[in-house]
Design a protein around this ligand. Structure first.
Ligand SMILES: [Zn+2]
Length: 158
């Protein structure tokens, strides 16, 4: 994967990227009101309490929406076209949404599909991808470039 599209963690998002590196999916939890949130922010979006903590989630959810990108916004993404970005409703909280690359070669056909997070290791960083979930699926890890689906980029901002 091109160095031009590797994630650049900031102060808020660094714990998320470090979690992915350990194959752990993290969101933030407000210790004041208990709300879970993503993306990472310096304060709770519900009650504005500062310093929400990191909180592990299952990596299970349902597909809410998706977009298929046909035109590269940066030349480094050209080789991956077309690619699909999924918006997932996480199982832990109804309004807890997370995005990432859709792992299947074909775009999804319907919302509400059960999905599971996959961790794709690259040289020095790990990306999150989503794929359909079978009943017995525990979210096995995947190596970059392995399997039937190729590794695709995602937005570097969280
Ligand atoms: Zn709060």
């Amino acid at each position: 994967m091109s160095a031009a599209i590797r994630p650049i963690p900031d102060l808020d998002s660094a714990p998320f990227w470090e979690g992915l590196r350990r194959h752990e999916l993290l969101v933030q939890r407000c210790e004041s009101c208990g709300v879970l949130q993503f993306p990472f922010r310096p304060a709770c979006v519900s009650c504005l309490a500062s310093s929400p903590t990191t909180h592990p989630v299952s990596g299970r959810g349902t597909l809410l929406s998706w977009v298929v990108t046909h035109r590269a916004f940066h030349p480094a993404f050209s080789e991956y076209l077309p690619y699909t970005t999924a918006l997932v409703r996480l199982a832990e909280q109804d309004d807890l949404l997370m995005y990432g690359t859709w792992i299947d070669v074909e775009p999804p056909q319907a919302e509400g599909v059960a999905v599971i997070a996959r961790f794709v290791d690259h040289d020095g960083f790990t990306l999150l991808e989503w794929s359909p979930r079978r009943d017995d699926d525990t979210g096995e890890r995947r190596e970059a470039g392995g399997g039937a689906a190729r590794s695709r980029p995602r937005s570097s901002s969280v």
